[in-house]
Design a binder for this molecule. Sequence first.
Ligand code: TRP
Ligand code: ZN
Length: 499
Amino acid sequence: MQIPKRASGLVTAALLAAGAMVMNGGPTAAQSGPRFTPGAEGAGDAYFPFAGNGGYDVEHYDLDITYTPPAPAPAPLTGQLSGVATIDLVATQDLDRFNLDLRGLDVQSITIDGKRADEIAPPAAGATVDGRAYWQVQDDTARVWELTIQPRPKLKDGESTRLKIKYGGATTRPRDIEGFLYGWVTTRDGAMVVGEPEGSMTWYPVSDHPTDKATYSFDITVPEGKVAVANGLPTGHPVTRNGWTRWSWDAPDAQASYLTTASVGDYDLRVSETPGGLPIIDAVDDALTPNNAAITEASLALQADMIAFIEGAFVPYPFNSYGAIVDDDTVGYALETQTRPVYSLRASEGTTVHELAHQWFGNAVSPARWQDIWLNEGWATYVEWLWSEHTGDATAQASFEDIMAIPADDEFWELTIADPSPTGLFLDPIYNRGAATLHALRLEVGDDAFFAGAREWLTRYDDSTATSEDFETVYEEVSGQDLGAFFDIWLRTPSKPAT
Ligand code: TRP
Ligand code: ZN
C-alpha cells in the first residue's frame, strides 16, 4: 500500500508514540522493582489519621504483661508495666516497612520470625535504612505515636509473620483528644483499662483502629492478692509463685482494639451462668461505697434477663461469655469492652443494659470510621429505651417524645451526628438524637422492617465494621423505601427534624 509521505510521517509518529508506551511498559514492569513500599502510618480514618496502620492485617495478639500498681499514697499514681506482645499478622501488600501504634512505653527488643531487629533513631523522611530495624516516634503535641518496623527479608503480599515485641515503662493516666481519661488508667489499687477510641496503644503495640479486628490471649502477672480481668474466658486457674499471680484469659472472637481490657484491682470475682449456659464473670471492686455496691448488685443480677431480652428482639448474643468489671476509680464513664464492660464507681441498670447492647451494636458490628460512632451510641441508647419499656417504665415512644420536646433553637439540634468531629464523639446528641433517629426510622418503615433491618445489619456485618451509608443501604433494601431524604434530615442536617 502506497502511503503519502506526510501521512506516513504521522503513522511513524503514532508508532513511535506507541513504541514509547511499550518502552514505558518495560520500566512499568520494572516499576514493580520498588514494589515493596512502606505500609501507611494510619488506617485512613479522617478523625484519627495516625490510628491503625496500613499494609497488613493482625490476626492475633498474645499479650504477656507484668504489672506493678502504684505504692500507697502519697506515692505518685504511676505503675510499672513490662510486656511481651506476640503479634501474628499477614501482609496485605509488598511491605518494605510497616508501623504499629505505641504510646508512652519503650520498646526494648523486637524479633521478626525469630530474627532480631536493631533499634535505630528515626531516619529522615525518605531515607533508606539498611537491615532489620525498628524505631519509635513519640510526639505528644501532634498526637503521633508510631513504632516502625523494617523486616528483612521484606514481606510479600499474603505472607504471615510473627513479631515478638518486648516493651515497658511507667504507666500514667493518659487522656484522649477531648481530655477524658482513657487507655491504661493507673489507679491506686491497679488499673482501669478502657481504650476508646485509640487508647489501647497506651498498653500494647497495636494497629489501633476497629477495621483491624483480631483475636487475643492474655497472661497478666500482678502482685499476689491483686486480680487481673481481661476479655473472654479464663484459661485455667490463676497461678501464684514467689508473691506474683498470673491470670490467663482467652478471647477467641475477633475484637476491635478499643474493646480490649486487662483491668487490675482488688476485685471480688463471681462466676455464674445464664439459663442458656453462657458463662458470666463479674469482677466487683471491694471498695465500692455501700450505696454503689447495692446499685451494682441489683443491676448485675439482671444481666441474664437483659441478654435474653436483647436476643429476643435481635439475634443471639455474639460472644463466648459476659460479665462486668466495676472499679472504684475516677474515670467517670463506662466502656463496653468486649464480653466484659468496665464501669466506673457503679453499674446502674441503664448503663448495664447500655453496655450489654453494645456487644451487638458496636462490638460484633463496629464503626468503620470514628465518625460513625452514632451507630454505637444511638443503638445502645435505643436499647435502653426498649428495656425501660419492657420493664414497665417509660415507653420508647415516650422517650422519643422527651427528645422531641427539646426546643428547635437548642444547641442539641446543631450537631451533625453522622460527622460530629473528633471532639464530638461522646456528646449527648450522639446518644439521644442517635436513639431518636432509630425510633423515627421505626415509625417510618414500621416495626417489622425495623427489627428485620436490625437483624440483617447484625448478620451481614457480624465480626466486621460498617458505615452509616451501609446502614442506610440495609434499611432501604429491607423496607423497599427510598430513605435518602429521611437519613439526610436525621443524620446530616444540623437542625431539628420536623415530625
Ligand atoms: N462508649 C462509652 C459508652 O457510651 C462512652 C465513652 C468512651 C465516653 N469514652 C468516653 C463517654 C468519654 C464520655 C467521655 O458506653
Ligand atoms: Zn455507649
